[in-house]
Write a protein of this length. Structure first.
Length: 207
């Protein structure tokens, strides 16, 4: 991390605290590796709303986060930890995309509303982190095939524009793979909706 950043946070202390929290949640094997510090610093800066550090790294605080990296590099664990740094008004829930696909099989198209505008469930739209985008499949409901996550993301783009509602995502997919799976419209919307924070493709599996 650049020592010239004028931030009122002690990032080494925040990382120590996150590591202790990770051990509480995941067990004694949990560790934040030094090789991941550049990723963690960016996430910490974003979720603490540290404007100076975010500006340095080109992170837009109005957008959400797209955390991309290979299988097992620790994306889900980190996003779960970030919930503990997040101010109340920016709290989010981590929701696996596979679980959403299973809900769709059971309940149908109202699930798309549930994770976008919330109308059928009588609550205000929420901030979500859609975990492992790309692990779900196109599903059929009464014979009609639907790319559930594509529809949800397009709906959440409308909420981003109209209500500044943020969406966070973790994925193993590259930008090209996202476009292939969800279409050019989704990829284009994501460019406007999220900050890309990416692990190196060679990041080891830490499981």
């Amino acid at each position: 991390m650049n020592e010239n950043i004028k931030s009122h946070y002690s990032y080494p202390e925040v990382i120590q605290w996150l590591e202790k929290k990770g051990i509480e949640l995941y067990g004694n094997h949990f560790k934040i590796h030094e090789t991941d510090y550049s990723i963690v610093y960016k996430l910490v800066a974003y979720f603490l709303k540290d404007e100076a550090t975010c500006f340095l790294h080109g992170i837009n605080l109005n957008k959400g986060i797209l955390l991309s990296g290979p299988v097992g590099c620790g994306k889900t664990s980190l996003m779960n930890l970030m919930k503990y740094l997040t101010a109340t008004e920016h709290k989010f829930s981590v929701k696996p995309c596979r679980d959403i696909s299973f809900e769709f099989i059971q309940e149908g198209y109202q699930i798309i509303h549930k994770y976008s505008n919330g109308k059928l469930y009588q609550f205000e739209p929420r901030v979500y982190c859609f975990d492992d985008l790309g692990t779900e499949n196109n599903l059929k409901y009464f014979g009609n095939e639907c790319n559930v996550m594509a529809e949800i993301l397009l709906s959440r783009y409308d909420l981003f524009i109209s209500k500044k509602l943020q969406t966070h995502i973790t994925t193993n997919l590259s930008a090209t793979e996202i476009e292939k799976t969800y279409g050019n419209r989704v990829r284009s919307r994501l460019r406007q909706m999220v900050n890309l924070i990416a692990y190196d493709k060679s990041a080891p599996d830490k499981r």
